[in-house]
Design a protein around this ligand. Structure first.
Ligand code: P6P
Length: 336
């Protein structure tokens, strides 16, 4: 059988990267392989979520006699389990867990990375078959190897990420990840059960024609944010318009579209949510890293979000991310 060498799998790609980096240990390749494995397992469950009523609703026992868990919990257990039983991760922080987890075993305690993730973002959209996703960020630990990971390993500014990525469980299942060397996208080929390189060297277009924000909150945004949204609505062809408004309500899908096609995604602060809704460590920072490596920009409205020093694991932040020129126009509006 002829092996199609033109299409690189995720594992082949990460090993190729590892071979090209002097003194690399292969631990990051291993960590990404672990994430890819967990993503494939979550993908199976997400794809049959619509059948849960047939297979048994959460909390019940399905036809296979397995306990049906909430998909969020299932996804969290898959990513935490894959990382804990790998060779590269000393601990994790998760949207699903109140506290970070430093792994106990000797191999994990001697690993040099930690991972922060939202295991299944947008899971409220599952019932209406809207795309959802997993978001992750990877850091070198700052505490001594050989001991359990500590709080300071997880409360690092996003600029310290060595890798970040997301999986979008949509019309196809894609894994996109960035290191400082670039952003690459892999589409799951169910016929071989592998993520295959489909979007090499992703660049975020400098301009876009879509703006993505929840208009339902319009009158609860700051007046300067409202002014920018108003400008988006008035763009003429001479100004690169008209713009379209696209908002799926699933961050992974809205930011993925902005990354690939150009555009801006915003989740601003509102009167009732002065720090916004999205989580800094495992939603904003990973996407900020990815989009900046791809040539775009990301801020919290007042500063580059990757430079924010986190104070707590689950803190929220206003978030603006996307095409460089659109972000620069937003920043001018907010600075006026
Ligand atoms: P709203 C999904 O619940 C989520 O966390 C993000 O994926 C999404 O961008 C945002 O919330 C949508 O929030 O308030 O517009 O419904």
């Amino acid at each position: 059988m002829l092996v199609n060498r033109r299409v690189l799998t995720l594992d082949e790609f990460t090993i190729q990267q590892y071979r090209n980096i002097p003194n690399a240990t292969g631990e990051l390749s291993g960590l990404l392989r672990d994430i890819g494995l967990a993503a494939k397992r979550v993908n199976v469950e997400v794809n049959k979520a619509g059948l849960v009523d047939i297979l048994g609703d959460e909390g019940s026992v399905n036809v296979q006699g397995e306990d049906v868990k909430k998909l969020d919990v299932f996804a969290n257990n898959q990513f935490m389990g894959a990382l804990q039983h790998g060779i590269s991760c000393a601990g994790i922080g998760s949207e699903e867990l109140d506290h970070y987890v430093g792994f106990h075993d000797e191999v994990s305690k001697n690993s040099k990375y930690i991972c922060l993730f939202d295991p299944l973002d947008g899971s409220g959209n599952i019932d209406v078959n809207v795309s959802i996703g997993t978001i992750f960020g990877v850091y070198r630990r700052v505490s001594e190897k050989g001991s359990k990971a500590r709080e300071e390993d997880f409360l690092q500014p996003g600029i310290n990420q060595v890798a970040a990525g997301y999986i979008v469980y949509g019309s196809s299942t894609m894994l996109v990840y960035a290191t400082r060397r670039g952003v690459n996208g892999f589409t799951l080929d169910p016929s071989i059960g592998e993520f295959c390189l489909s979007h090499p060297n992703i660049k975020c277009p400098d301009e876009g024609r879509t703006y993505s924000v929840n208009h339902g909150n319009f009158f609860r945004y700051d007046e300067k944010v409202r002014a920018y949204i108003d400008r988006c609505q008035r763009k003429t062809p001479q100004e690169g318009g008209p713009y379209s408004q696209r908002y799926i309500g699933s961050m992974v899908s809205d930011v993925h579209r902005s990354l690939i096609k150009g555009g801006i995604f915003m989740y601003p602060a509102t009167i009732d949510r002065p720090n916004g809704k999205l989580r800094l460590l495992y939603e904003c920072n990973p996407f900020a890293f990815i989009v900046e490596v791809a040539g775009g920009k990301a801020s919290n409205g007042t500063q580059r979000i990757l430079e924010v020093q986190p104070g707590s694991l689950h803190q929220r932040s206003p978030f603006f991310v996307g095409s460089r020129k659109m972000m620069e126009e937003l920043e001018r509006c907010l600075a006026d």
